[in-house]
Design a protein. Sequence first.
Length: 385
Amino acid sequence: MSTANLTQVENYNYGIEKIFADAQDFLPINGTDYVELYVGNAKQAAHFYKTALGFQSLAYCGLETGNKEYCSYVVVQDKIRLVLTTPFNPDSDISDHIRRHGDGVKVIALWVDDARKAYHETTSRGAESVMEPTVFSDDQGEVVKAGIKTYGDTIHMFIERKNYKGIFLPGFEKWESEYNPKSTGLKYVDHMVGNVELGAMNKWANFYANVMGFANLVTFDDKDISTQYTALMSKVMTNGNGRIKFPINEPAMGLKKSQVEEYLDFYGGPGCQHIAVATDDIVFTISEMRARGVEFLHVPGTYYDTVGDRVGVIAEDMATLKKLGIMVDRDEEGYLLQIFTKPVEDRPTLFFEIIQRKGAKSFGKGNFQALFESIEAEQARRGTL
């Protein structure tokens, strides 16, 4: 059947299937293994993520486990693992990273069946190595780790753990804590967004295509993502099974400084702008987070005057969504609900997106205008617009 004879929905599905088919299979990835943030005070950061976002204690390494260089607290919620790492040595590479960037994502770890093969496939295609395949072991088995560089100081670590039964990784012990607030309903990492400098978006999109076998899921230009004052461009890259999605943003010309430019200025270069985490009940999740003190971007009340006409019938009560500031968008597959936190540290850099997909495969294009206006309002308050 030719694509000309397909219905709109069939044509959309055909397009999505073709995109995933275009992603090459030389680098199979099972999912996100963990995300490691370098932070100024890991113990306090862990308390924040537990209290505010509903994570629980999982594992720890530090002086008590024989690590004299740094400590790491691992927190978990369903399939999401965050590693929060603080150095002991003020002259270490970790300390230098924190001085330049503030708290931020250093490692996006990818769960693979064969870390040696993943390393060979990517480095043979031009990836720069940061760690050759290395075996780490303890009485619970062994883990193979290997790493490559990506944008800025961010790295991808390939994690092979099929021969390991421990709590997290060798060198870590179980973190026993009496304080474990209940979950806020977060399930898994939906996508992670990288901000890069002007002119570098295609370079890194090509990196993910040629070095890691990803395909371009969707492209947004400055006509899609813009307001009267600012704009950006983005390419969303996905792996073959769709479990890993990396939008790559770069600034576009505008009358004022865009959110990407602000990020680059305060982060000191390219890096991970936000982590999008999925939930099955966004009303519950955001109600919990708001009650725990998490701050979200303000959505203009006028947004809800017309959103119903745009997205049609949904299961959720629109008055409740308006009260919580949750946005809605629809594509050919279904609809999604999303909301964005304010930056989770003093530098206006890293933030979180909470997303619930009810069939939709897209990224909320219909919400871009309202979202950008909300971000610009925050930039104006900071004096950085």
